[in-house]
Design a binder for this molecule. Structure first.
Ligand SMILES: [Ca+2]
Ligand SMILES: [Ca+2]
Length: 221
């Protein structure tokens, strides 16, 4: 309806019969809910923002967790690999030592010292000469029980000489040895049954005693 009594402008007449769409405000509001926080959609906007932030945070936590798990797995695998390498190297070293010992030393049957020396020499070796504590330890581990070594004082009582004619400098005698018991003991053995440790195990026995002997193949032979 046109109301001319108000004398207003044409713009006012135009709105007399015009009904603003009932839901226009709501539609407008809905359109702006997630796009413009300044137009009455603060609550909805905050919800969207929080939801997005929570999702992003969860994603970050998930990715971080995966990264941590993978890192731990990698560290564990690296440690296991290093340990396996160390064990392999140790086994290789033990194998090499064992092979070297097998190639360098052998043990005869039971016989007297002079007979044993002949046996060693007939096989390209001689009775063993022990030059160091390491060799004493190594040979002690190789044999069990008593065995002849290449040391005697047959030529001159009390003057212990190796089979290569060098004089003994460092001995590994058990307590009270050598004692030349009844003036009949001129040959040395390793692994005395009376010894209480694995290092000081030498003793002098009568050379006719039947014992195994340790022969040593020289490296330059
Ligand atoms: Ca003697
Ligand atoms: Ca003795």
């Amino acid at each position: 309806m046109y109301d001319s009594s108000r004398g207003g402008g044409s713009s006012e007449c135009e709105y007399v019969n015009w009904e603003k769409p009932r839901n226009s405000r709501n539609v407008d509001k809905q359109d702006r809910q997630c796009s413009d926080p300044a137009v009455g959609g603060d609550t909805a906007w905050s919800s969207c923002s929080r939801l997005t932030a929570v999702c992003a945070a969860l994603l970050c936590v998930l990715l971080l967790s995966i990264a941590i798990v993978q890192s731990v797995k990698l560290n564990n695998m690296t440690s296991e690999r290093d340990q396996l390498h160390a064990e392999r190297d140790e086994l290789q070293k033990m194998l090499n030592n064992t092979v070297q010992q097998c190639l360098r030393y052998f043990v005869t049957k039971r016989m007297g010292w002079n007979e044993a020396r002949q046996e060693c020499r007939s096989r390209g070796a001689d009775l063993v000469i022990i030059n160091s504590r390491e060799e004493q330890e190594s040979i002690s581990q190789m044999v069990t029980g008593e065995a002849w070594i290449g040391l005697s004082d047959s030529a001159e009582e009390g003057k212990w000489t190796w089979v290569d004619n060098t004089n003994l400098t460092t001995g590994f005698w058990w307590q009270g040895e050598p004692n030349d018991y009844e003036q009949k003991e001129d040959c040395a053995l390793i692994g005395s049954k009376f010894a209480q440790d694995k290092i000081t195990t030498w003793a002098d026995y009568p050379c006719e005693m039947k014992l195994p002997a340790i022969c040593e193949i020289k490296a330059n032979d």
